[in-house]
Design a protein around this ligand. Structure first.
Ligand SMILES: Nc1ncnc2c1ncn2[C@@H]1O[C@H](COP(=O)(O)OP(=O)(O)O)[C@@H](O)[C@H]1O
Ligand SMILES: O=C(O)C1=C[C@@H](OP(=O)(O)O)[C@@H](O)[C@H](O)C1
Ligand SMILES: [Mg+2]
Length: 160
């Protein structure tokens, strides 16, 4: 299993799609699968059932995958230690982005319930998570200033 991990906006969804075309492996979008299983958007899920409900679904879904695939995770998958250990047992690739890159990409986003609050709150969440991504990663790829295709090529080169 190849897992893409990283903060919201680092490009996990975009790059997983690109990589999947390149290496002919199925691509699984965790957020989208959870939304389908639960019959509601993540935004709605946070609002009606709360974050813990979503995190439970996330861990459950992560551990249910069996066939080899490229898995685009949600940015908060690393919050639980059991998930970090699980990811590290597969091949987890951390898409590392600078804060500036994240802000540029998510300025107008309204779908991510945890992309909220003022700049200080968002940046704090970003900084608090950096060590968790490092802890869960087998490989680190910088994504700033690169196209999704260049990033997919770089990942592919490391997998060979
Ligand atoms: N390498 C890139 N260069 C420019 N824009 C990108 C790149 N990767 C992703 N994006 C854009 O950034 C936003 C967030 O990307 P997304 O793949 O949804 O990130 P994630 O799944 O990590 O939250 C999207 O609008 C996407 O088109
Ligand atoms: O960072 C997070 O806690 C989250 C990231 C989202 O996925 P992306 O990283 O694809 O935006 C999604 O799973 C949910 O909104 C929570
Ligand atoms: Mg995503």
């Amino acid at each position: 299993m190849i897992y893409l991990i990283g903060f919201m906006g680092s490009g996990k969804t975009t790059v997983a799609n690109e990589l999947s075309k390149k290496i002919h492996l199925p691509y699984i979008e965790m957020d989208e699968s959870i939304e389908k299983n639960c019959g509601m958007s993540i935004k709605e899920m946070f609002k009606t059932h709360g974050e813990t409900f979503f995190r439970d679904k996330e861990t459950e879904f992560l551990k249910s995958l069996t066939n080899k695939a490229i898995v685009s995770t949600g940015g908060g998958v690393v919050l639980r230690e059991e998930n970090r250990e699980y990811l590290k047992n597969g091949l987890s690739i951390y898409l590392k982005a600078e804060w500036k890159t994240i802000v540029e990409r998510l300025t107008s986003d309204t779908d991510r319930p945890l992309w909220k609050g003022d700049e200080k709150e968002k940046k704090q969440r970003f900084e608090d998570r950096l060590k968790l991504y490092r802890e869960a990663a087998n490989e680190v790829v910088s994504v700033d200033w690169k196209t999704p295709e260049e990033i997919a090529d770089e990942i592919w080169a490391r997998l060979k």
